[in-house]
Design a protein around this ligand. Structure first.
Ligand code: C2O
Ligand code: CU
Length: 450
């Protein structure tokens, strides 16, 4: 029987999720034989504010030379770790981040997926970029639970690639607490330059995937545990398809209903998984085709979870899924985004190259049906800043249950229909989250007039 504890029952507000740290006993013979690293979650940021409604952290970006799976990286890091520290708060909290730029380059911090005011979005306006040696305080309220993330939004392709990313967890006190929680941040390292240009032109087996900076690590947890996994694909361009998962949440918190099977995690996307660990499990990467579907070929192991000691597979937790069918598509279209280009020709949105764009202007509160048409031979994860949207359909097929996202992969020649309420005033970036595509120009703006 799994004890269900409510997070709000803890008056001291620890920022640490329940988790088992890896055993510190000497390496077992198996460890020595294979030299497989032991997985650790990213460090958790310390809340410096005693006020229970405020989470205040300090965050410094600085150069860091590190190594991933034997591949040397002339990197950048938040707080000296890649991934950066996990920031953890609860719905209703105010997050205050005292940011210092110790990089040789200007930078910003963007809060991907969080409902922030325009000035806090890290876009470079209306608050300017943070110059080398500069500081800036980001401060905003967190109204939605979910697994969000933070990363620079200036020379994004290179700054994120060097290691500037971390997870922002917003907990809902009404959700059950799992026996353990594990933040998994995936990134690709050392891929040939062509893979950075376009994720589809190279043999996917050439890409080295790391999880929390480790290649093919192992992790152990007592059998009988239910583990809540918060997974982020922070890769610039690499598509991750994780086999055989019980998915409980996407970008914007718990789903209306859970799904089982393989899950595609596009660059910038997050999913949450429930692992019921009996006698261990393997997390496998499925090969993925150019067209955006499962390919032939053996899955590659990303992570081995050992049950120590093994036990019977436990029951799952009583997640408060909202239920509900998707909103019916009214059939009208208010805004269109067209994604075109190729590795040779470059990448465009609506036939334009950022920053030379014609930004659509909508009124605050307008309910928009958005059509995103991919007329190119590559997939593109479409992301809107400052807003969440509901997926009405993908290639004419409505999702089985209501699905709220901030980043959605639009496959090759695919068509997404989305419903978005323009509820956040300001000028918002709207772009593909394959970062070489975005930096190459596949980006526009959405102006929400107050
Ligand atoms: Cu992850 Cu424009 O953002
Ligand atoms: Cu793209």
């Amino acid at each position: 029987m799994i004890a269900v504890l409510l997070a709000c029952s803890d008056p001291t507000r620890t920022l640490r999720p329940p988790q088992w740290t890896p055993s510190s006993s000497p390496a077992t013979p198996a460890d020595t034989a294979t030299e497989r690293p032991i997985l650790a979650p990213p460090p958790e940021a310390t809340d410096l504010d005693p006020d229970p409604g405020i989470v205040r952290v300090s965050l410094t970006a600085a150069p860091l030379v590190y190594e991933v799976g034997g591949i040397p990286v002339e990197g950048y890091a938040y707080e000296g770790t890649v991934p950066g520290p996990t920031l953890r708060a609860r719905t209703g909290d105010t997050l205050v981040v005292d940011f210092t730029n110790d990089l040789p380059d200007p930078t910003t911090v963007h809060w991907h997926g969080a409902n922030v005011p325009n000035a806090m979005d890290g876009a470079g306006w209306p608050m300017p970029e943070v110059l080398p040696g500069g500081q800036l305080r980001y401060e905003f309220a967190l109204d939605r639970a979910g697994t969000f993330w933070y990363h620079p939004h200036l020379d994004t392709e290179h700054q994120v690639d060097r290691g500037l990313y971390g997870v922002l967890v917003v907990e809902d006190p009404d959700e059950p607490v799992a026996d353990a929680e594990l933040v998994l941040v995936f990134d690709t390292f050392g891929e040939p330059a062509a893979a950075e240009e376009d994720p589809h032109v190279v043999d996917p087996t050439l890409t080295t995937w790391a999880v929390n900076g480790l290649v093919d690590p192992r992790w152990s947890v007592p059998g009988g545990s239910v583990v809540r996994v918060r997974l982020l694909n922070a890769s610039n361009a690499g598509y991750l398809a994780v086999a055989d998962q019980h998915v409980i949440a996407h970008d914007q918190g718990l789903l209306a209903a859970p799904t089982d099977g393989d899950v595609l995690v596009a660059p910038g996307d997050r999913v949450e998984l429930e692992w019921r660990v009996g006698d261990g499990l393997d997390v496998l990467r499925r090969p993925w085709t150019v067209a955006g579907g499962p390919a032939l070929g053996e899955p590659v192991r990303l992570l081995e979870v050992e049950a120590d000691p093994p036990a019977a597979v436990p029951a799952g937790l009583a997640w408060p899924f909202a239920g509900g069918a998707p909103t019916e598509d009214p059939g009208t279209t208010d805004l269109r985004f067209l994604l075109t280009g190729s590795p040779d020709l470059g990448w465009e949105m609506n036939g334009e190259t950022f920053p030379d764009v014609t930004a659509p202007v909508v009124a605050l509160g307008e309910e928009l049906v958005i059509e995103v048409r991919n007329a190119s031979p590559a997939s593109h994860p479409f992301h809107v800043h400052g807003h969440a949207f509901e997926v009405l359909s993908m290639d004419g097929v409505a999702p089985v249950a209501r699905t709220i996202e901030d980043t959605i992969d639009v496959p090759i020649y695919g068509l997404a229909r989305l419903a978005l309420t323009a509820d956040n005033p300001g000028t918002w970036m709207t772009h593909c989250h394959v970062l070489p595509h975005a930096e190459g120009g596949m980006m526009t703006l959405l102006v929400v007039e107050p």
